[in-house]
Design a protein around this ligand. Sequence first.
Ligand SMILES: [Zn+2]
Length: 447
Amino acid sequence: MSDLLIQNIDTLITMDDDRRELSGVDIRVRGGVIAEIGQGLAVNGAETLNAKGCVVTPGLVNTHHHLYQSMTRAVPGAQDALLFGWLQKLYPIWSMMGPEEMFVSAQVGLAELALSGCTLSSDHLYLYPNGARLDDTIHAAKEIGLRFHPTRGAMSIGESDGGLPPDALVEREEAILNDCIRVIDVHHDAAEGSMVRVGIAPCSPFSVSRELMRDAALLARDKGVMLHTHLAENDEDIAYSLAKFGCRPGQYAEDLGWTGPDVWHAHCVKLDGAEIDLFARTRTGVAHCPCSNCRLGSGIAPVRAMRDAGVPVGLGVDGSASNDAGNLVLEARQTMLLQRVLNGADAMSPREALEIATRGGADVLGRPDCGRLAVGKRADIAIWDTRGVESAGSWDPAAILLAGPVRVRDLIVEGRRVVAEGQLSTLDMGQLVEKQNRLARALAERA
Ligand SMILES: [Zn+2]
């Protein structure tokens, strides 16, 4: 692969250790890595990309998603429900999905993320009906070209054992742990610059046993992979924890080995002060999902307090059954707006929200090689054209969370162009949309 030279960048927001913003610079990419940043770099046979009129940022990082849910957006009957009722409406529909639905829905979700500036996404797949496997989503990500951190999720307590999901969607705990080992051994790459890292992710404390939570943590440490789950999402979640386990979610997590820099929890809307201190002390990460929290009426996560205490925070669009959009730059804007609702107009700047969406997310996922643009870091780069109508009249086009745009012009992942001139360059979007709609209609007819 020849070098890529991105030239004439209006404003480069590096998110490097000094948070530098540079004007009129070029970036040279070589072998998936940033080789040089400076003014007037020599072409030397490189492929060139003109970024005049553009703001360039690190690629955004998505720390929580359920890609399969892009097949079930805006389902009537689940549009206005709280979390538990919403799940009970959707479980029977999800139980009809199989490998093809997993593959296609993952491609749709990842394509949507790519267009909104995302270069690295995690995914949380916790149901495996009709022969579906985590591998289906990994193959989808490889074709799209995004860096991918899939997590092997699981549910083991079905309705007949007092759990929420139907029995058909739960698995035996021994089979879950064996499949975790299999997917880690086949797909996990711990090396710097890795394109696939696998994590272990029981769905939530209310859908697996205490023993599985504990064993998952032991297995993750043995294999050197990360741990992920849903935690403290809403008031029902806290009430369930107090009634069933006799403690708050933070205590439950700590008791079972679910704190540390190799753990990140989705939502954490209801963490109290002691739990925020626990997460800060142990460097336990949080995936903040503001649109999903609004959609399900869960509340506003105390992100300002978390950041002030030193909790690592990243962003997640969450699954498309509860967002229902998967636009990560809009998620960053929503983060900024909600913290202002809670704490006032100076509570979070557009640049801080962008930092959470880039560097913050990369740190939560254990990727200090991503989320910032500096020599030696991975070449995951978002190019935003600020000459369009959304930015017209802006006095500070680099404040893209205030004025847009909300889609990238170009997206580079590991030095390769995944989006070019606003279009996915790795596959045909029209065909993909058509395939997804055909499969979604078939599900709706059977539901
Ligand atoms: Zn979720």
